[in-house]
Ligand binder design. Structure first.
Ligand SMILES: *Cc1c(COP(=O)(O)O)cnc(C)c1O
Length: 479
């Protein structure tokens, strides 16, 4: 690290000696602190939050100390200093919140003061609601409400345990049976939400030595599910099958299980994943196929049974669905083989460690799945698509840019994020609620308001909404 040169003049040697001792002391100090910080779990946080600042302020930063974890020594040292500073949690919270404000993304929650529906009372104002995922209007449907109330009378409000202890009631079994028939798969496992369904199945399928290949625009719950595993990861460009093949080719023979995972319908653009090509590539390269059908459940395929049915695909390994959107209540499920279901029953962590659905939820989901397969369900499904076509055509005729949507999710792309937010606010003032969406959720120049029509919007609702879009769009010179 340093040498004391005997040939150098005494004064210089003395300085060098002092420097050297200082260096050694610092090195010991640093080494000990690294250990303590690592053990106490503060190491990472300090490195990220405080390290950078200390790095800029302290000359000591360039000191060449130990290099654990391959982190640059200067940053390493910064972290000790940072972590040692008296730390105010409140100051940390202020810093984070202020940073959100500076980026212009701080927001308060809108308050829904009526049931969700085609028209809702939002923040004291009655508006046409174009932002719910209640595609079929089931969230407030009399049959579902009656089933929920009856289930509370019969079964109470809670299940009392996780599924694997004694939280599996007959109605939980019945829902899975019904979903299995609905999805035409060997088995279905129900979880607390679509979010946990993704985490559950990814956590069971992927391990050390496996590879997951994920569409660049996949939902956060897929990304987080993947993060919880030890598998290697790769991303392919959104819906780009040549890029997917490139990744498959580059990794051929290197991993045990390779999983290709995609959203069925993408929530920001309303486009559909090209499952037939994914299935072909998967077969050719020996990969496992997984689709997250949150926005396709109840929307695409026979009786709304999803994208695999929509395309008429014969073999698909894992279909995740949600019960929280078109199905009207809350929950998620994995429709797959009996073997994978059995393994999930033993290994899927949200299944093992979080309480099962309350009876009211299970009963409303059961009622919803029955309804989807009835004449009324067919009618709602048809109405949803008629409304979608009517509204999309109306927006296009007015000259709005609706992107590449193929589903009831129709974005109205205006460009700048701030403009999108202003558009959403003005629409609200004029009587339509359509959420504004800006960077980083979408690209910087692709700011938009996102609309979702439902089966329960009347023609008059949609015509009025189009009028408001026209009026506001013109006044903002968007059309
Ligand atoms: C909404 C959504 C989820 C989460 O489903 P929940 O049931 O609300 O937890 C998962 N994946 C996608 C693609 C979604 O859009």
């Amino acid at each position: 690290m340093c040498k004391v040169g005997l040939v150098t003049p005494p004064a210089k040697s003395a300085i060098k000696l002092i420097n050297c001792l200082q260096n050694i002391l610092q090195a010991v100090f640093i080494f000990r602190l690294t250990k303590t910080l690592k053990q106490s779990g503060r190491f990472m946080r300090a490195r990220i939050e405080i390290g950078y600042k200390a790095h800029q302020q302290t000359p000591l930063m360039h000191y060449n100390a130990s290099e654990p974890d391959g982190v640059r020594p200067s940053v390493q040292l910064a972290c000790y200093l940072g972590a040692m500073m008296p730390h105010s949690f409140e100051a940390y919270l202020d810093e984070q919140l202020n940073s959100l404000r500076e980026q212009g993304v701080f927001r308060t929650l809108r308050e829904l003061q009526s049931p969700t529906g085609p028209r809702s009372t939002i923040d004291g104002k009655s508006v046409i609601n174009l932002s719910s995922n209640n595609y079929l209007g089931l969230a407030n449907h009399p049959a579902l409400k009656a089933a929920a109330i009856k289930a509370i009378e019969e079964w109470g409000v809670g299940s009392g345990a996780v599924r694997t202890i004694i939280g599996t009631m007959s109605i939980h079994e019945e829902l899975e049976q019904r979903l299995t028939e609905f999805k035409h798969t060997e088995a279905v496992l129900v979880l607390q939400s679509g979010f946990t369904a993704n985490a559950a199945v990814l956590g069971v399928v992927l391990n050390d030595g496996d590879l997951v290949i994920s569409d660049a625009l996949n939902h956060a719950s897929i990304i987080d599910g993947i993060r919880l595993t030890k598998a290697a990861r790769a991303v392919y460009q959104h819906n780009d099958m040549a890029d997917l093949e490139r990744v498959l080719q580059a990794n051929q023979g290197k991993y045990r299980n390779t999983v290709i995972v995609t959203d069925g319908v993408f929530s920001m653009d309303g486009d559909i994943a090209p499952l037939p090509r994914i299935a072909e590539l998967a077969e050719h390269y020996g990969a496992i196929t997984m689709v997250d059908d949150a926005h396709a459940s109840g929307v695409l395929g026979k009786n709304g049974s999803g994208t695999v049915s929509h395309y008429g695909i014969k073999h698909w390994d894992i279909q995740v669905g949600t019960l929280s959107k078109a199905i009207g209540a809350v929950g998620g499920y994995v429709a797959t083989s009996s073997k994978l279901r059995q393994l999930m029953e033993h290994r899927a962590r949200p299944f093992l460690f979080s309480t099962s659905h309350p009876p009211a939820v299970v009963a409303s989901c059961l009622a919803a799945i029955k309804l989807l397969q009835s004449v009324e369900g067919e009618q709602l499904h048809q109405q949803l698509w008629e409304n979608t076509k009517f509204f999309k055509a109306g927006l296009n005729k007015l000259g709005f840019n609706t992107g590449i949507s193929e589903t009831p999710i129709t974005p109205v792309i205006v460009g700048d994020g701030a403009k999108a937010m202003q558009f959403s606010d003005s629409l609200f003032q004029a009587g339509v609620f359509a959420q504004g969406i800006a960077f980083p959720t979408v690209a910087k120049d692709k700011g938009r308001v996102r609309t979702i029509v439902t089966a329960s919007h009347s023609n008059a609702d949609l015509a009025e909404a189009l009028n408001i879009f026209e009026h506001v769009g013109r006044s903002m010179q968007l059309i």
